[in-house]
Design a protein around this ligand. Structure first.
Ligand SMILES: *Cc1c(COP(=O)(O)O)cnc(C)c1O
Length: 423
């Protein structure tokens, strides 16, 4: 075979071993219910944009100011993604080049802080993100970090603590948002604190961007100077990220992303982000976002009825954090048993956890992926029952019960296919 033909083979022809792994992952996702709140199932259109020849291109710089030639197409594509982001979120400026959420956040530090300056964010075990100044992260090592948490009685962000800490420590940057926050974020309250101490407020909406786009979570626009988001969680796009801000900070943000932190943008990802933003601006997406929240509410209520202890007692968004202490099962044991039962979720610390981070007391779950498949309230009630039965089975080490649940889940998933079958 000529070299040309070899290179134009399908994945199946060219590399059956990898093709088989991709197929198996498709089957795994199809035959389980994904309850990981940071995951989703993207459309075939997003997958096709990602897998396109745009991956071949180098485009260091910004539209019409690039360091490589051959930008005729990319210089239309990237502004298209940017315009869609601006329209969808109602912002003056968007940068779609960050490789993912963590580098996007690092770019924000680079834009506004010098090493050693003070940053304030929610502590990781309280629901924050590594990049909000947690100690093991570069953001906690290279900057002086102060961390807030939630109130023990309510499980909700302690705005008194936020205000007191900010007054005392005078951070230059304040992050709000996180990875395990089941309640709506009070952007006006954070803005008031940030304004009082002269800090830049960053709303990290990685988890809730799709809910904001769909109009079912308040928007931080007008309150936070910078919005940071991943594109692959509730927003349902490719793995990637965006930074959004007003014109005032546009140049600093752009300079921090490139050349401050990154080299060439991933143009195939930019294409897929544009597709996802197009999808998110349609009325169907608002309906999707509303259903995510409706499903999470039903699932949360059903779990409470079954005696589960939910951090903050419930949810306002897509996410539920369960403290399993009262069930006497460690989070990891429960998560692993539920995975065998085809319910995929993750073990997670709960606020004031008495167990270790690698073996914590909680599990974290959410509804974005299941809702993408068309699951509604009825399916949520079944999922709550399976979680209850699965956790009890895990406690008794009853593997045949786990298998029975796995069989029932498999049966249900057949009616809710996921997009993007390979081949
Ligand atoms: C997921 C997430 C990130 C980081 O995203 P990666 O793409 O995994 O680097 C940052 N902040 C928050 C709040 C997140 O939930």
């Amino acid at each position: 075979m000529s070299a040309q033909k070899t290179l134009d083979q399908t994945l199946e022809q060219a590399d059956p071993a990898v093709a088989r792994l991709v197929e198996r992952e498709f089957e795994r996702q199809s035959q389980a219910i994904c309850l990981i709140p940071s995951e989703n199932h993207v459309s075939r259109a997003v997958l096709m944009a990602l897998g396109s020849v745009l991956t071949n291109k180098y485009s260091e710089g910004y539209a019409h100011r690039r360091y490589y030639e051959g930008q005729q197409v990319v210089d239309e594509l990237e502004p298209l993604a940017i315009e869609r982001a601006k329209g969808l979120f109602g912002v003056e400026h968007a940068n779609v080049q960050p490789y993912s959420g963590s580098p996007a956040n690092l770019a924000v530090y680079l834009a506004f802080l010098d090493p050693g300056d003070t940053v304030m964010g929610m502590a990781l075990p309280m629901g924050g993100h590594l990049t909000h100044g947690w100690g093991v992260s570069a953001t906690g090592k290279w900057f002086r970090s102060v961390q807030y948490g939630v109130r023990r009685e309510t499980g909700r962000t302690d705005m008194d603590e936020v205000r007191e800490l900010a007054r005392k420590e005078r951070p230059k940057l304040i992050f709000c948002g996180g990875t395990a926050i089941p309640r709506a974020i009070d952007f006006p309250a954070f803005a008031e604190v940030a304004n009082e101490v002269g800090a830049i407020l960053v709303a990290d909406i990685a988890h809730i961007a799709g809910l904001i786009a769909g109009g079912v979570h308040p928007s931080p626009v007008g309150y936070a100077q910078v919005l940071s988001t991943t594109t692959h969680k509730t927003l349902r796009g490719p793995r990637g990220a965006m930074l959004m801000c007003s014109e005032e900070h546009a140049a600093s943000i752009d300079k921090a992303v490139f050349p401050g932190l990154q080299g060439g943008p991933h143009d195939n990802t930019t294409a897929a982000i544009a597709v996802a933003l197009g999808e998110a601006s349609r009325p169907e997406f608002s309906a999707y976002a509303a259903q995510i929240v409706a499903n999470a509410k039903v699932l949360a209520e059903a779990l409470v009825e079954r005696g589960f202890d939910l951090v903050s007692g419930g949810t306002d968004n897509h996410l539920i954090l369960v403290d399993l202490t009262s069930k006497d099962v460690p989070g990891k044991v429960a998560a692993k048993a539920l995975d065998r039962a085809r319910l995929t979720l993750n073990y997670n610390t709960v606020p004031f956890d008495t167990r270790k981070p690698f073996d914590p007391s909680g599990i974290r779950l959410g509804t974005p992926a299941a809702t993408t498949r068309g699951m509604k309230e009825r399916e949520m009630l079944e999922i709550a029952r399976w979680i209850d039965e699965g956790v009890e089975a895990a406690k008794r080490e009853d593997e045949s019960e786990i298998e029975r649940i796995a069989g029932e889940v498999l049966e249900l998933t057949r009616a809710f296919p996921i997009p993007g079958a390979p081949g």
